[in-house]
Structure formats: C-alpha cells, structure tokens
Design a protein around this ligand. Structure first.
Ligand SMILES: Cc1cc2nc3c(=O)[nH]c(=O)nc-3n(C[C@H](O)[C@H](O)[C@H](O)COP(=O)(O)OP(=O)(O)OC[C@H]3O[C@@H](n4cnc5c(N)ncnc54)[C@H](O)[C@@H]3O)c2cc1C
Length: 484
C-alpha cells in the first residue's frame, strides 16, 4: 500500500524516536519506519546507559555541544517522559603522573565545552565516594548520571505516537526513489510517499545515505561486550567508575544501573558484522579481569547475563573517528536530513540531535506548532516500587495486580497486560521485558517466560507458534512435539 505523509523518519532508535517526538510538536503527518518489531533492538538498548558530562569530546564538536545540552535537559525529559534518571556523578580513576596530566587536559576540555561540576579529587575523597575502588586520585564529574535507556527510547516513541506520529514496525527500507518532488521509500510491504526524509538508521545509516545519493561515507562497527551483575552488588557502587580515557576510547568501566544491577564493559572490538551480538567466553573473562583492577567485587558467580552493542563510527580514509554529521545536501538530496556516525554520546545527546536535525528542516520549510502537543508520557508506578498501602489500593482497583508474574523483579499481571497493549503495537517477549523489567531478574526468565508467552497469546489472540522473542525467526516455540 502507498502511505502518504509529510515526513518519514527511517530508524526508530533513540535518535529516530526523539526526532519523531520533537517533530510531532508541529502540524505535520509523520511516519516512523523501523526494520525491527520494536524500537530498542539495536544500539539504543545496548549501551552503558550513562548520561555523559560532555568533557570527553573535541572542543567545538557537535558531540560536545549536544552532549552538554542533553545532559542539562535530562531532568526535565525524565519528568516529562517518566523514565528513571539519576544524577549520581561519575569518577575517572588514575594512578600515574601521565594519568594526572590526562585528567587535567580532560577537565580543561570539558570546561571549554561548557561542562560543569568537574574537579580533581584526592584518594581520600575518592574512597569516601566509592569505598572499594582501586586508585590514587580521580576526576569527579558531578553532573554525569545513569538512566533507563529502554524506557527513554520507548517513552519518546510512545509520546510521539500519542501526538500523532505513526510507527511502521517490521518495515525495512530497501530502496528510495524520487518522483515529482517527493521521495518514495520502498519496503517489502508498504511504500511511503513523503516530502521530507530523516535518515536516523544507526547501523543502516550509510546504506540509507547511499539510497539518497549521498555516497562516500565510511562507517565502521565497534562492538562492545558487557557483563551484567546481580543486584547484590548495586549498593556497593554509588556511581560509574571509569579508567582514565584515551582520546578515542573511554575504557572498560563499572556502572550501576538505575534498577540496582551493575554492568561491566564495554571492550571495543572492530567488526563488519552489525548483527552478531553474541559475547564470546574469552571476552567475558577479559572484562572481568580488566574491570577488577578498578573495582574488586566482580565475581563470576554474580554474572547473571551478558549483552553487547555495536557503535557505528564514521571514520575518514585514515581511520580517524569523525564528529556526528547532520546535514541537508540541497545539491544532491533536497528535503533529506542525513545523520551519520551517531555513536556515543548519542543516547545523552538524542534530543538536541533531534532539535538540530529539525532546525535544518525549519530553515527550508514553514513549520507550524500544534496547539494540542502533549509532552507528558504517563508511566504508572511499578508494583515493585509501591508501598504496602499503594499495593493494596492497586489490587483493590485491578485484581491483576494481585498476581505476581516475575517474582525476581516483582512484576504483576496488570503491568504485563498494560505493556502488551502498548501504543506502538509491539508484540514480542522483549517488548514486554523492556517495558516492565519482567525476565530481567536473577533467574533470567526461568520462571516467568512461559506465563508471559501465554498472556501474549490470550490478550492478542495469537497462536503459541506466532510469539517471537526479539525479531526475525526467534520464535519462542518451534512447533508441537505431538498432536492432540
Ligand atoms: C556499546 C555502546 C555503549 C554506549 N554507551 C553510551 C552511553 O553510556 N551514553 C551515551 O550517551 N551513548 C552511549 N552509546 C551510544 C548510543 O547508544 C547511540 O549513539 C544511540 O543509541 C544511537 O541511536 P540511534 O537511534 O542512532 O541508533 P539505533 O538505536 O541503532 O537505531 C537505529 C534504528 O534504525 C533501524 N534501521 C536501520 N536500517 C534500517 C532500514 N533499512 N530500514 C528501517 N529501519 C532501519 C534499526 O533497526 C534501528 O532500530 C553507546 C553505544 C554502544 C553501542
């Protein structure tokens, strides 16, 4: 079918969803075209979830500018969109004279970038802040923080959808043509006729750029592997602990999550394969050993899961990593905003990136603000976070609150059912997991997975064989063992 809209955003990760949400402030029809069945299947759901301070990026770069802006905006965004953000600070730990010089350079660069709350601290203060850390001194960034990257992205997307943006999930863009001043975006199931295109395709951005005729970008993959540690360790780590960074790599760090786990990683392994997310056993051991030099509590028995993410880095012909590229090439592809190399700090910077991308459109198009844009995404309080009194009230108003599905994370049937009926129409197991935290606990879905699968069947009228874990052919059940 041919779908018409004023603007299409290709890619529904955090950047595409931020563009969709910011664009839905205007009187425009918007389509978000996403290859996966959900919005957090790639980099936006596979990262350290650190809200960076803005000191690690070159002076004058877009990375520095949007990171500082994104950091400043994060309190307001978390209030409006209802995702967790904790401004806990972070330390970069050093031991040698060279480390000290590098930290001084980092502070100076950060101050020039507009970052605030940066200071050198001695070993005593460092150990007051993070008791068990190994290090002689550190740079403290008071304004750095941690956030929930799943709900940040999902709630941006859902808020965009509630403000009128239409999400076309499981739609992979395979080619783009231009006819009578409009782009025709082709996917296997639908075609889209649009005036404006935003290329926010992350790992697919180079391919989309080529489809638009903007060729020549060299984008490489850098894979980062992680360990996830049990919640037992969360209280021992009040803030992320990083080593002293090099100019291009932040190093393996230990990071508390907003839900009380600890992540260890990432390493950085160059890769051409943007779809392989497995974590090899030798990498797990390497992460454990490297991070133990910073923080001694990392024991194999506390590792409850591994995951990885892949950064899409734009490099020049000498392999030197470049800044974010956000452009409109009027000469080659008018009315197309092309975003290339949106690697770290893309999570922190997503909303300023979106605003900048839209400003390029606004220079060329008369945009009218809508009267009825609603910036608030209502997020119900989690059962796990409720007081006893609140739980009793919740159960009295909806008996599904009385049925616990995931006992590790204390997620109830009411919350699973609400997640199943999400406004984007996401119907995968991970769609429920990222929205509720069910299956994220110590048992890693051992006890609750089949109950969630049955609820998906019941609520949506699906057959058991139709429920997928994440995407593609990741069917939860392969077929019947016997008939009858
Ligand atoms: C290991 C790692 C650690 C990181 N740590 C941090 C951090 O701590 N703090 C921080 O600020 N940033 C961090 N980042 C960076 C941040 O995660 C990314 O910059 C950000 O998620 C990029 O968002 P995106 O929307 O551009 O990409 P994605 O989330 O990858 O979204 C792009 C979307 O486009 C879709 N797509 C691609 N091709 C097509 C197509 N042909 N048709 C339709 N859809 C398509 C994809 O399916 C995908 O959903 C980290 C990244 C990684 C990988």
């Amino acid at each position: 079918m041919l779908q018409y809209s004023d603007a299409a955003i290709i890619g529904g990760g955090v950047v595409g969803s931020a563009i969709a949400r910011e664009l839905s402030r205007y009187d425009l029809s918007i389509a978000v075209i996403e290859e996966n069945p959900d919005v957090v299947c790639e980099a936006s759901g596979r990262n350290s979830a650190v809200v960076h301070g803005g000191f690690a990026y070159d002076r004058g770069s877009l990375k520095a500018r949007f990171c500082v802006e994104g950091n400043r905006l994060m309190d307001e965004l978390s209030q409006e969109l209802g995702f967790r953000f904790i401004r806990c600070g972070k330390v970069l730990v050093g031991n040698t004279d060279e480390d000290l010089k590098q930290l001084e350079r980092t502070i100076s660069q950060g101050l020039d970038n507009g970052a605030t709350g940066l200071e050198l601290i001695d070993g005593q203060r460092l150990h007051e802040l993070v008791p068990a850390v190994t290090g002689s001194f550190a740079m403290l960034s008071r304004n750095s923080g941690i956030m929930d990257p799943f709900l940040f992205t999902i709630n941006l997307a859902e808020n965009a959808a509630m403000n009128g943006a239409r999400y076309f999930l499981s739609h992979k863009v395979i080619s783009i043509s231009r006819r009578n001043g409009r782009y025709i975006i082709h996917t296997p199931s639908d075609d889209f006729s649009v005036k404006w295109v935003f290329n926010a395709a992350g790992k697919g951005a180079k391919a989309i750029s080529d489809m638009l005729g903007i060729t020549g970008y060299n984008v490489i993959g850098s894979k980062g592997n992680y360990l996830v540690l049990d919640k037992r360790l969360g209280p021992l780590l009040p803030m992320p602990v990083y080593p002293v960074p090099s100019n291009t790599y932040m190093g393996i760090h230990v990071t508390p999550t907003v839900d009380g786990n600890v992540t260890v990683g990432p390493d950085a392994v160059n890769t051409d394969d943007f779809s392989y997310y497995g974590v090899p056993a030798d990498r797990m051991e390497y992460l454990r050993e490297s991070a133990s030099a910073l923080w001694p509590h990392i024991d194999r028995k506390d590792v409850i899961r591994t995951f990885s993410g892949i950064l899409s880095k734009w490099v020049d012909r000498n392999g030197v990593i470049q800044d974010f590229r956000i452009e409109v090439r009027d000469d080659i592809a008018p009315c197309a905003v092309n975003l290339i190399g949106i690697e770290s700090p893309g999570l922190t910077a997503a909303v300023p990136i979106a605003c900048y991308a839209i400003s390029l459109m606004a220079k060329r198009e008369d945009l009218r603000l809508k009267d009825d844009f609603n910036p608030i995404h209502y997020t119900a309080k989690r059962f796990a976070d409720m007081s006893e009194e609140e739980r009793e009230k919740a159960i009295a108003s909806d008996s599904h609150y009385g049925s616990l599905v995931c006992s590790c994370e204390k997620v109830t049937e009411a919350e699973i059912i609400r997640a199943i009926h999400n406004p984007l129409g996401v119907h995968t197991m991970t769609g429920i997991k990222y929205r509720t935290r069910a299956m994220m606990g110590n048992c890693q879905a051992g006890f609750c997975q089949m109950r969630i699968e049955s609820l998906l069947e019941k609520e949506l009228g699906l057959r058991a064989e139709d429920v997928r874990y994440l995407r593609g052919s990741s069917w939860v059940l392969a077929g019947k063992m016997r008939e009858g």
